[in-house]
Design a binder for this molecule. Structure first.
Ligand code: NAD
Length: 371
């Protein structure tokens, strides 16, 4: 690999445009940020909606990730974002022409932040364009789609990561450290409560075609994923019960409330709730033979609050999306290994479990899992 001095001599036009020095690694140009003296991931955001806006704002504080491109179907949003973030016309695309990103040397990765049903095709198109992909949760509508996305990224030799921001959150990671070091003893029980009262009945989250389901796809997935990382095992079986108080708002295939239970190989059980009709539900509780951990709020944008049998958790709050994007830059560009995986395989396990939860709720039967 070249020395850093040599990299600085290899400035290209696009480097000058974004004021980042470059070098070449594994056949790709890698760009440096003077602030962190490490490589910088240059990211295009696809889907300039509410969460995309939050991610872009958080990325302004990143030292290893930088917003360099935009993909949107709304020209007026592109204009506003261009002036806010200094994005040139040549790095802006719409949903019809974004395959051309293949020839854009200013973009290393695309972060897909669109309605759930669009993730599958968009991830595959980005992979085919030779760019790394970060995809929002849920990665897809079901495990079959998820597997196809993983296969496409493997075939294109690009990485696929999923926006599991809690995997980088400091209090969550402290509980995982304590659990791994045996401080809670044998783990016996997890409870995950995830819900809020959803508003506008016409939004895409309540449209089965675009959302792929209801609260489970949107918010219940935090309890599914949380049960796995808090307990540190993969569930063996699931049971589930669905209740609906408003069949007009929550139509066929759009779940309002689902309670679900898991059994784990070490003997622990989990009991979780996913809902679109109750507020004040954002709580994780982990119980072991020798201690407990509690997070409330557990998965909101923070600050997360928590305590264990040993006292309050005091790790400082940093904007989740800032930490996530810096960490993902390290994963993609430097092969960094996260404490809890955030790759397509990790997301596929959640999709397999969600498929099983829907099946268990429909049939009333226990469904075995093979993760
Ligand atoms: P949103 O409705 O605010 O934004 C979605 C964007 O997609 C909009 O800009 C919209 O114009 C665009 N879009 C493109 N094609 C569309 C189509 N056919 N129909 C509707 N919109 C279309 O939604 P959001 O809250 O930003 O959610 C987007 C994704 O991000 C979802 O997958 C969601 O689960 C995920 N999300 C993740 C978190 C998190 O904390 N990780 C938080 C919120 C949302």
């Amino acid at each position: 690999m070249n020395s850093r001095r040599n990299f600085l001599q290899q400035l290209t036009a696009s480097v000058i445009a974004f004021n980042l020095p470059a070098y070449s690694y594994a056949g790709r140009n890698i760009f440096f940020n003077e602030m962190n003296d490490g490589p910088v991931l240059r990211v295009a955001i696809m889907g300039l909606g509410s969460y995309g806006t939050r991610v872009a704002e958080a990325m302004q504080s990143c030292s290893k990730a930088k917003l360099t491109g935009l993909i949107s179907g709304t020209p007026s949003k592109i204009k506003t974002w261009q002036s806010k973030y200094g994005i040139p016309d040549k790095n802006c695309y719409n949903y019809e022409n974004f395959d051309a990103i293949k020839n854009n040397p200013d973009i290393d990765a695309v972060y897909i932040i669109t309605p759930n049903a669009l993730h599958h095709d968009q991830v595959i198109r980005v992979a085919k364009a030779g760019k790394h992909v970060i995809c929002e949760k849920p990665m897809a509508l079901n495990a079959k789609e998820g597997q196809e996305m993983i296969d496409a990224c493997k075939q294109a030799n690009v990485q696929l990561l999923v926006g599991y921001r809690m995997h980088f959150e400091a209090k969550t990671l402290e509980i995982i450290r304590m659990r791994r070091e045996g401080e809670f003893g044998k783990i016996l029980f997890f409870q995950g409560l995830c819900g809020f009262t959803i508003g506008d009945p016409n939004q895409w989250r309540l449209n089965r075609q675009l959302a792929g389901g209801g609260s489970m796809m949107d918010i219940g997935i935090y309890a599914v994923n949380g049960a796995r990382y808090m307990i540190g095992e993969e569930p063996l079986w699931v049971t589930a019960q669905e209740t609906k108080t408003n069949p007009t708002k929550f139509k066929e295939g759009v779940d309002e409330t689902i309670q679900f239970q898991f059994g784990f190989p070490g003997g622990a059980v989990a009991s979780c709730l996913s809902t679109y009709t109750m507020n004040n539900l954002d709580r994780f509780f982990l119980n072991g033979e020798n201690g407990f951990a509690e997070l409330q709020p557990s998965t909101g944008y923070g600050p997360i609050k928590g305590r264990t049998n040993k006292g309050e958790l005091n790790q400082p709050h940093i904007t989740h999306q800032t930490v996530q994007m810096d960490e993902m830059a390290g994963i993609i560009l430097q092969g960094k290994k996260p404490i809890i995986p955030v790759d397509g395989e990790e997301a596929l396990k959640d999709l397999k479990i969600i498929d099983a939860i829907y099946l268990a709720a429909k049939t009333g039967k226990k469904v075995d899992l093979n993760l």
